[in-house]
Ligand binder design. Structure first.
Ligand code: SPD
Length: 283
């Protein structure tokens, strides 16, 4: 008998993947968690019925959410990751030799435990001595830690359930204050096909907290529509730029130095959703 995972993207659209085996399912205090072994994408972490990451395509999301802000910063030493309990963003952050400490604030400790057990290629850097893991609420963490980080990466789930409070103006203002002078943040910001009005609101909220607000994209096959956005808020540096050789020789599979700028070139339909005057792209 064939076993299929089916994810509902809206009332008229679902995507399905054939699975070899269900490795783990549980209800954590925050969400439904599953690890499935798929034929096409290898092992896959699913939270509340939505794909978070898979062994085969995780490199795209994790490299792009990490290296764009870290290369834009001239000397990132302290990095805060909110969410990201699977460890992929931690792994990429530690490729930057300038980084002295990574604080991972994940509200759901079960995500970390499941990733350690079932997704070793993604969670492999969680035990690095530079990593400080806190199982707590990222919303409160940024309220209580002022002027503490060079880069903040909001590697959250979708804006429903436990991550809802990571997508509003007050949260971005607190992220601004948790950053040191010259710091910048990036937040995963959903699909421009499926969530255009949500992205527009997010741009308004980040743009009200940061003087520089830029949107960039990557193609991620297992996320709804396959096209994904990331939103950057920066105090000072232009996230399209960056001149570090920190990544030279590292075994990357998606990010290139040319993409640092190219990822910010938006197609016309996104410019129709968020007009260039609402963003600083290309300035
Ligand atoms: N719709 C999926 C959005 C998931 C974004 N976060 C993924 C976490 C991977 N570290």
């Amino acid at each position: 008998m064939e076993l299929w995972y089916s994810e509902k993207h809206n009332d008229d659209l679902r995507i399905s993947m054939r699975i070899k085996e269900s490795l783990h399912t549980e209800r954590t205090p925050y969400q439904d968690l599953a690890v499935l072994d798929t034929v096409q994408y290898g092992r896959m972490l699913v939270l509340d019925g939505l794909v978070m990451t898979t062994e085969k395509d995780e490199f795209i999301y994790h490299e792009m959410i990490t290296h764009v802000p870290l290369i834009a910063h001239p000397q990132p030493e302290r990095v805060l990751i909110i969410g990201g309990g699977d460890g992929g963003t931690v792994r990429e952050t530690l490729r930057h030799n300038s980084v002295k400490q990574v604080v991972l604030v994940e509200i759901d400790g079960r995500v970390i435990e499941a990733a350690r057990k079932y997704l070793p290629t993604i969670s492999c850097a969680l035990d690095d001595e530079r990593v400080d893991i806190r199982v707590e609420d990222g919303i409160r963490f940024v309220q209580e830690n002022i002027n503490a980080f060079d880069v903040v990466i909001v590697d959250s789930t979708d804006p429903i359930g436990p991550a809802e409070g990571l997508f509003n103006r007050e949260f971005y203002q607190n992220v601004f204050h948790t950053l040191r002078p010259g710091g910048l943040m990036v937040a995963q910001s959903e699909s421009p096909y499926m969530n255009g009005s949500f992205i527009k609101r997010m741009v308004a909220d980040v743009g009200s907290a940061f003087p520089i607000c830029k949107l960039y994209m990557a193609a991620i096959p297992t996320y709804p529509s396959g096209l994904w956005c990331f939103l950057c808020g920066s105090k000072e540096v232009d996230p399209e730029e960056g001149c570090s050789d920190r990544l030279d020789g590292k075994p990357l599979k998606y990010y290139t130095r040319a993409l640092q700028k190219a990822a910010f070139q938006l197609p016309a339909f996104i410019n129709d959703i968020v007009s260039p005057s609402e963003l600083n792209n290309g300035e």
